[in-house]
Design a protein around this ligand. Structure first.
Ligand code: ATP
Ligand code: MG
Length: 190
């Protein structure tokens, strides 16, 4: 399955930006795994609406990376797999799990939508200066999300569309990600 990806920027060379050629999903995984091999600990922030493929990617990184998932945290806190309130409690638990893993120097993947700028700001809190940071932005067209949503039947299409539209308005720009001093950024467009 081809997943086109573009874009990478590094804080080590201010102003440097490379637009990557289209790459397949296994190549993105390879990039992440290579990123994980280098020495300072890593924080990888996934960012995209429902059905964009965040958990599918995160699950392939389990073991090597400590994956912290908003859906799993929700299940742990509320016992309920779908949103059913207690959001403040859920995000507090998500944040604690992240900070604990970061404190231990683990390589961490944050599997949550991170749709708002505020959520993306929160994602980076607790990662000390020596953490290398990568952001993967899942910026897929509606027809792809729509087809996946019809396939999984786990969310009403209207809700998936509402999230996708919100993401179109609030998704991070390269400028925002540069200001947040990410070391590498990839946009999955497929
Ligand atoms: N690269 C891909 N190509 C084709 N199908 C994919 C791809 N990635 C994920 N999918 C499929 O899309 C559906 C949704 O994927 P996934 O659960 O990873 O999305 P998500 O972004 O984690 O959504 P949510 O925010 O609702 O948890 C799944 O059925 C998955 O198999
Ligand atoms: Mg998911």
């Amino acid at each position: 399955m081809k997943v086109p990806v573009s874009g990478a920027c590094r804080k080590s060379r201010p102003g440097f930006e490379r637009i990557g050629k289209k790459q397949s999903a296994p190549e993105v995984l390879k990039l992440i795994r290579r990123f994980g091999e280098r020495s300072p600990p890593k924080l990888i922030v996934l960012c995209g609406p429902s059905h964009s493929g965040k958990s599918s990617l995160a699950n392939k990184l389990r073991g090597r990376f400590c994956v912290i998932s908003s859906d799993e945290t929700r299940k742990q806190v509320t016992g309920c797999p779908v949103p059913c309130g207690r959001e403040r409690e859920i995000w507090k638990a998500f944040d604690s799990l992240k900070r604990e893993a970061l404190k231990k120097g683990r390589d961490v993947v944050l599997d949550a939508c991170h749709i708002s700028k505020r959520a993306r700001w929160h994602a980076l809190q607790g990662a000390t200066g020596h953490y290398d940071k990568m952001c993967i932005v899942f910026d897929l067209p509606w027809h792809v999300i729509h087809a996946r949503c019809l396939g999984t039947k786990r969310l009403p299409v209207s809700e998936a569309e509402r999230m996708w539209r919100a993401f179109q308005e609030l998704k991070p720009s390269r400028h925002e990600l540069k200001l947040q001093r990410y070391d590498e950024v990839y946009f999955i467009k497929g």
